[in-house]
Design a protein around this ligand. Structure first.
Ligand SMILES: [Zn+2]
Length: 378
């Protein structure tokens, strides 16, 4: 009885929409509110049946950094074996084991032909990515339901390529944020959740307008229980430390990440998920909210340097209270093998590195990280 009630509860409230969903966020709110109240009733019923059973009120989120499952530009030889069918097989169970799973899609899913606008014809050193749209199902099969389309590869095949990505992932229920002004709004486990993704270019929600970002996040916080902010920023080239002030890379302002992250938390963000430097960076808890400054690469096939920490593939696992406060968290270590296939890493290299970096860079954090990746409030 309890088991079937729990199963139904899970079904009603887990909200892992791998079926087509409404594309207009507001349109699904009333339906999900009905489901949420039915879920609350069942939750209370389950607690009555077994009074000592803890009521699971936390929202579990798992998040990874850059995902690029293979590209047929400039050549089909940058596509993974078996057309990508096993690409995420070694980590899918871990990614799926959450109420919401986030990834940064580092490149468009499009079946457009022709050249990338950013590369000269015939260039082999220009990095533009084009993942076939049929690969969208691999993301969904691995449980990914929140995607950032705000990064320096989102427009490798123009805004049309980013729109093609949206058309490829939406039928699988993957919610996204990327273009300036866009955010995802959904209900998970009875909570209203917003996710907004920032990048250091104004074709996306613009990271370098910190007051503007704070205003937007404050608005989202008014009608959502939990606001997740993703950002793609920071210097590339193996920079694992988080500097103070604006970070420059190849003459470009890649963001004042400490100031950005704290400003969005001050404005109401509950979880900040960074990526962009291709390596992991430290984490901190600030005003009770977790900020992960970079989750690095995760599944980046064929065209990426995976030496050293660039091959680490940390999975952030975090539980948030109903109001979004950090409850518990840890880094699960994975690594990329071969040309960029993620597998779990029993040696825990990503967690160990991130524990060291968190201590080095965030002495004022409200939490510490153990060598095994466990994040503990002080
Ligand atoms: Zn990038």
């Amino acid at each position: 009885m309890l088991r079937s009630a729990s199963a139904l509860l899970l079904l009603l409230t887990a909200c892992r929409p791998n079926a087509p969903v409404e594309t207009t966020p507001a349109a699904s709110v009333s339906d999900t509110a009905v489901l949420a109240s039915a879920g609350d009733t069942l939750r209370r019923a389950a607690a009555l049946l077994e009074p000592d059973a803890p009521v699971d009120d936390t929202l579990r989120i798992r998040a990874v950094g850059d995902v690029m499952l293979g590209t047929n530009f400039p050549s089909e030889r940058y596509l993974p074996p078996n057309d990508g069918a096993e690409m995420l097989g070694g980590v899918a169970d871990v990614l799926r084991d959450a109420d919401l799973t986030f990834a940064n899609l580092e490149g468009p899913l499009t079946d457009a032909t022709g050249n990338s606008g950013k590369c000269r014809a015939g260039s082999t050193t220009c990095y533009a990515f084009r993942t076939p749209t049929r690969y969208a199902r691999y993301l969904a099969d691995a449980g990914i339901d929140l995607a950032s389309l705000a990064n320096n590869h989102a427009q490798d095949f123009g805004e049309a390529g980013r729109s093609a990505t949206v058309r490829a992932i939406e039928p699988y229920g993957i919610r996204w944020s990327g273009r300036a002004g866009t955010f995802a709004s959904l209900t998970a486990k009875g909570r209203r959740v917003a996710m907004i993704a920032y990048h250091v270019a104004d074709h996306s929600n613009y990271l370098n307008d910190i007051p503007g970002a704070a205003r937007t996040v404050a608005r989202l916080a008014q009608d959502h229980d939990i606001v997740i902010v993703s950002f793609h920023g920071g210097a590339e080239g193996g920079a694992v430390r988080v500097p103070y002030g604006p970070e420059l890379f190849l003459g470009e302002n890649r963001g004042d990440l400490r100031r950005f992250a704290k400003a969005v938390v001050d404005a109401g963000a509950d979880l900040v998920i960074g990526h962009g430097p291709h390596v992991p960076r430290g984490v901190q808890v600030y005003r009770g909210r977790l900020i992960a400054y970079s989750l690095g690469n995760f599944a980046t096939y064929g065209r990426f340097n995976l030496d050293d920490a660039r091959g680490y593939a940390p999975i952030l696992d975090v539980e948030l209270a109903p109001d979004g406060a950090f409850v518990s968290g840890r880094i699960l270590s994975a690594k990329q093998i071969g040309d960029g296939i993620p597998v779990m890493d029993e040696r825990g290299a990503a967690a160990r590195l991130m524990a060291r970096l968190s201590a080095q860079d965030f002495a004022d954090s409200e939490a510490t990280m153990d060598e095994d990746g466990t994040i503990r409030l002080r």
